[in-house]
Design a protein around this ligand. Structure first.
Ligand code: PEP
Length: 254
């Protein structure tokens, strides 16, 4: 079912104590009134997932995601974590294809497609990130770029599996830069993504898929972005590190 979602990507921030403080604050602040029908997901550093899941044992309104996983289930891959490991901690989801993974770790959509498969095998929800570079936007290639990303990472899935995937459109030029896509740019790209999903699968799957916007989304600009019919919520980086800011963004979706 198409869901309204706000997800926080904490990236490589917080010590374990700081992470537990943040999750405690979120659990206190996210009342039923604020949540409405919104799903909240947090993606802490993988090192703390176990403690955070334990902290949230009595809290069923915050789901926990990894920030990345390997494309194999196990093996000699020093420093990596796998989908079965995340599943064994009872995580709910995992971000894949974040632009920082693409940029700094050379990840391609062919590789990301395998990660999505590993996650789905474990009943974990893949949060698939896509988005164009600044020069691609400037040269008018943004639709081609995102269309190709979607095709390469998602077109091998069955319609049933695709129904489990969350898509995050994150224009690379907006991530961590303070420069946000305009509501019009976000809506235009989200509608395009939905049309591509309809072409690859069918109209029902496209209608059901949640498409989140990510890139310098904050309490001030969130409501205007979320007001668009094809924007189903946000993937939030910097502003997810502050409980009040993150909760204000959740409020903006209701
Ligand atoms: C992100 O990294 O997914 C992100 C959206 O970051 P920020 O909100 O800081 O731009």
């Amino acid at each position: 079912m198409r869901r309204k979602i706000v997800a926080g990507n904490w990236k490589m921030n917080k010590t374990v104590d700081e992470a537990l403080d943040l999750v405690e604050d979120l659990a206190d602040l996210l009342t039923d009134d604020i949540l409405g029908s919104t799903d909240v997901i947090i993606a802490p550093p993988s090192l703390f997932i176990s403690e955070i899941i334990e902290e949230l044992l009595d809290v069923d309104y915050i789901a926990v995601a990894g920030q990345n996983c390997h494309h194999e289930n196990n093996g000699a891959f020093t420093g990596e974590i796998s989908a079965p490991m995340l599943a064994s901690l009872e995580a709910d989801a995992c971000i894949v294809g974040h632009s920082e993974r693409r940029q700094y770790f050379g990840e391609t959509d062919a590789l990301i497609a395998k990660k999505i498969d590993r996650l789905l095998e474990q009943d974990l929800v893949p949060i698939y990130c896509c988005g164009e570079l600044l020069e691609e936007r400037k040269s008018g290639e943004h639709f081609t770029k995102v269309g190709n990303q979607l095709k390469e990472a998602l077109s091998h899935l069955s319609a049933n599996d695709m129904a489990e995937v969350i898509i995050a459109y994150e224009p690379v030029w907006a991530i961590g830069t303070g420069e946000t896509a305009t509501p019009e740019q976000a809506q235009e790209m989200h509608a395009f993504i939905r049309s591509q999903i309809a072409m690859m699968f069918d109209a029902d799957v496209a209608d059901e898929v949640s498409i989140l916007y990510g890139g310098s989304c904050n309490p001030k600009n969130a409501a205007a972005l979320f007001a668009n019919p094809d924007v189903d919520g946000g993937l939030i980086g910097g502003a997810s590190l502050d409980a009040d800011d993150f909760v204000d963004i959740v409020k903006a979706l209701n």
